[in-house]
Design a protein around this ligand. Structure first.
Ligand SMILES: CC(C)(COP(=O)(O)OP(=O)(O)OC[C@H]1O[C@@H](n2cnc3c(N)ncnc32)[C@H](O)[C@@H]1OP(=O)(O)O)[C@@H](O)C(=O)NCCC(=O)NCCS
Length: 291
């Protein structure tokens, strides 16, 4: 069981065997117990033929918990070794009685509980909780956002600004904040992905992206989760193309972008000067399709 490799990915058309729903009521995690087991699990199950993933998630949530009223959203595609499913988050406002099903008990997570899939589901819960820390950047975040950008300028040489170079005022930054950028809000802003869309008719379908995550919060799949949030938003406003540039030696970012479906389109030779060395950048882009 402990050799299982669990990961989170871009949402796309692929063979999804399962849906799993991290559902909370009053901020408490809903767990279910199968009638043949003593252990507890997060609701979920197999996707049926001719059913969308969202339909499957809503059906499983109702069948396994009796949830009657809820908000539900996709978090990402997860993998367990080579098998894929889609992870959803949900907030349940009304639980009804449990329909006829294989579930014997619906309850709230507590610390003494044993998980049925203890090498998988606690990780999915973590992804879902981190996804819930991501929200849209608002104009009122201007001051905190500027502090985040300054912290990033000191934290990494992989972005545009050198330490001390950022002179924009909070008020000017506030003016620049438009819908479509997202931040990690984990007791303060810890990272962001920004989206600037084309202003003219011939490029209105394109968006330019910048991403930056403090080193305190990297390697936690926030990059993947920020992109998943951004892709849903970009599709909802009809964008077709997302583009970015990245220093060729920024292995982590290039790997993240490839993982999220971006392709290298070309090289900007000597486009940056970092520590007295010219550095090339890749142009990378992704065309959005149906999720
Ligand atoms: C680059 C950055 C956005 C990655 O974000 P992250 O939250 O650490 O990424 P994730 O945890 O979601 O990892 C996703 C993928 O990125 C890649 N990755 C992340 N760190 C890596 C590293 N150190 N080396 C190689 N690949 C790495 C892997 O492919 C990983 O895939 P996996 O989930 O299958 O392991 C983040 O480290 C960052 O903001 N760095 C500083 C600023 C920066 O470089 N911005 C980009 C400028 S273009």
């Amino acid at each position: 069981m402990n050799d299982l490799k669990v990961n989170i990915h871009e949402m796309k058309n692929r063979l999804h065997r399962f849906v799993v729903i991290v559902a909370k009521k009053n901020d408490q995690l809903i767990m279910v117990r199968h009638r043949n087991r003593e252990t507890y699990e997060i609701p979920g199950g197999h996707v049926e033929e001719n059913e969308t993933l969202l339909e499957a998630a809503k059906r499983e949530l109702y069948e396994e918990t009796g949830a009657l009223e809820f908000d539900i959203w996709p978090v990402g595609d997860y993998s367990v070794n080579d098998s894929f499913g889609r992870l959803f988050g949900a907030t349940v406002s009304k639980l009804g009685s449990l329909p006829e099903s294989e579930i014997a008990e619906v309850t709230i997570l507590n610390e003494s509980m044993n998980w049925t899939y203890d090498a998988i589901q606690p990780i999915l819960l973590t992804y879902s909780d981190r996804y819930s820390n991501i929200r849209m950047l608002e104009k009122d975040d201007a001051k905190a956002f500027k502090q985040l950008l300054i912290s990033l300028d000191n934290d990494t040489k992989n972005m545009l600004f050198e330490p001390g170079e950022r002179t924009i005022t909070d008020a000017a930054l506030r003016e620049r904040i438009e819908p479509g950028s997202f931040v990690i809000d984990d007791n303060g802003l810890k990272g962001f992905v920004s989206l600037s869309t084309g202003k003219y008719n011939r490029i209105k379908h394109s968006g330019h992206i910048v991403i930056g995550i403090l080193s305190s919060h990297d390697h936690m799949k926030y990059g993947t989760l920020l992109f998943n949030k951004l892709f849903l938003y970009a599709e909802s406003i009809g964008l077709h193309r997302l583009e970015l540039t990245v220093m060729v030696n920024n292995e982590a970012a290039v790997a993240l972008y490839k993982k999220m479906g971006f392709e290298i389109e070309g090289v900007k030779k000597h486009s940056m000067l970092v520590d007295d060395q010219y550095v090339d950048e890749y142009y990378m882009a992704k065309l959005l399709g149906a999720l």
